[in-house]
Design a binder for this molecule. Structure first.
Ligand SMILES: O=C(CO)[C@H](O)[C@H](O)COP(=O)(O)O
Length: 230
């Protein structure tokens, strides 16, 4: 199987006042990526961080900064995020129906890895053209909660989308985000997710390293089963 597990603690659940130390702590505990939620008060009803914080964090880590832009105008942020040091740039399909080709091409030219996210109410078919295009996205993020806030309940119904994507695209990075932790990981891994975002379950655990390692081993164990199902 060509896709490796990537465990990405969601830094929105970290102690923002100690972001550099929190980032180092997560990487030292075995995280592959750091998931950075960019919310600017539209598209989702919350405010978190933007390019200036990514730029500050970049001075303290060379980790892969997996940036999820919950914004209505992702094109406006491509250059800012690239200059700040973002590694991945994931935008929402709901706001890029018309211009996703130009957007993906700009993200790639700026040196970042493009991903596309879909909200719980968006049919999975909406991302197929973006995965199959001549200049495709390299990751699909299936939201397993309504985007906007950490600490919500995992939506198991979203696993049909993950299963459909994994059956269609065996080598694609498929990410899940929202309510992931020891209780939900079995379903997500069995469906075919290999990139796991987890906020409150990691930062709220007495031993966050144990949670990171459980998320990884559960994906590793599920991977051989993906190719076997009908
Ligand atoms: O994107 C997000 C919310 O929009 C968060 O990354 C996500 O919800 C992770 O937090 P938790 O694991 O606590 O659900």
């Amino acid at each position: 199987m060509g896709v490796s597990p990537k465990i990405a603690p969601s830094m929105v659940s970290s102690d923002f006042a100690n972001l550099a130390a929190e980032a180092k702590r997560m990487i030292d505990l075995g995280a592959n990526w750091l998931h950075m939620d960019i919310m600017v008060g539209h598209f989702v009803p919350n405010l978190t961080i933007g390019a200036p914080v990514i730029q500050s964090l970049r001075k303290h880590t060379d980790a892969y900064l997996d940036c999820h832009l919950m914004v209505t105008n992702p094109m406006d942020y491509v250059q800012h995020m690239a200059t700040a040091g973002a590694s991945g740039f994931t935008f929402h399909v709901e706001v890029a129906k018309e211009n996703w080709q130009e957007l993906v091409s700009k993200i790639k030219s700026a040196g970042m890895r493009p991903g596309v996210a879909l909200k719980p109410g968006t049919p999975v078919e909406h991302v197929y053209p973006l995965v199959e295009g001549t200049s495709p996205v390299e990751m699909v993020l299936v939201m397993t909660v309504e985007p906007g806030f950490g600490g919500q309940k995992f939506m198991p119904d979203m696993m049909d989308k993950v299963r459909a994507l994994r059956d269609k695209y065996p080598s694609l990075d498929i990410q899940v985000d929202g309510g992931l932790g020891p209780l939900a990981i079995d379903a997500a891994a069995a469906a075919g997710a290999n990139c796991i975002v987890a906020g409150s379950s990691v930062f709220g655990a007495p031993e966050p390293g144990d949670v990171i390692s459980l998320l990884r081993t559960t994906v590793e164990k599920a991977q051989p089963t993906w190719a076997l199902r009908e």
